[in-house]
Design a protein around this ligand. Structure first.
Ligand code: 5GP
Length: 189
């Protein structure tokens, strides 16, 4: 099987996680690429399932080993990265990595993998809709919501650099659109 990659990016709160979970549940060929991250785990998050949680020292050691396909400081002092070993693990299992990362990470993977990678940007209908979703989620402090909104404004300006843009106006519709894009890219139905 060809070593392809699906990359999904969206500002925090744009509904990306729901779409990604649904795709993974309905398309067994896809496997979630577990990122390394230095932030603390949220309630319910499991190490080795949601993220490979690391200390900053451990993360820097991986950088020195050239172990990352890409990494970024996504939020102040918080590193996130895609391990090459994670992509290889999934390909060895004859599946396709579904990579859920930020804008810069997505574009740097695309730069490296070109036509082997499909980049999809999930766009919230508006910044107000995003603010409402982040508040409703109840997992973030006001400072964290403000930081995520500022980052979202910035990220929206990169949407046109992605292969495809899907507006998440209505979840089910957006999901179907993403699913079709992925199926076309992988030549499956
Ligand atoms: P969260 O803290 O909400 O789990 O994730 C914050 C942001 O980090 C999200 O936009 C997510 O897409 C991004 N992210 C997660 N893993 C990676 C990664 O491996 N690399 C990069 N560049 N961003 C990531």
């Amino acid at each position: 099987m060809e070593k392809k990659i699906i990359i999904i990016t969206a500002p925090s709160g744009a509904g990306k996680t729901t779409i990604v979970k649904k795709l993974l549940a309905n398309m067994p060929v896809l496997a979630f690429s577990i990122s390394a991250a230095t932030r603390t785990a949220r309630a319910g998050e499991v190490n080795g399932k949601d993220y490979y949680f690391m200390t900053t020292e451990e993360f820097h050691a991986k950088i020195d080993e050239n172990a990352f396909a890409e990494y970024e400081m996504v939020y102040a002092g918080k590193y996130y990265g895609t391990l090459k070993s994670e992509l290889e693990r999934i390909w060895a299992d004859t599946r396709i990595p579904m990579v859920d990362i930020d804008v810069k990470g997505a574009l740097s993977i695309k730069e490296h993998y070109h036509d082997k990678a499909l980049t999809i940007f999930i766009q919230p209908p508006s910044i107000d809709a995003l603010r409402a979703r982040l508040s409703d989620r109840g997992t973030e402090t006001q400072a964290s919501i403000d930081e995520r909104l500022a980052k979202a404004q910035y990220e929206l300006s990169f949407a046109h650099e992605f292969d495809k843009i899907v507006v998440n106006d209505e979840l089910e519709r957006a999901y179907e659109e993403v699913k079709t894009l992925v199926q076309d890219f992988l030549n499956i139905k």
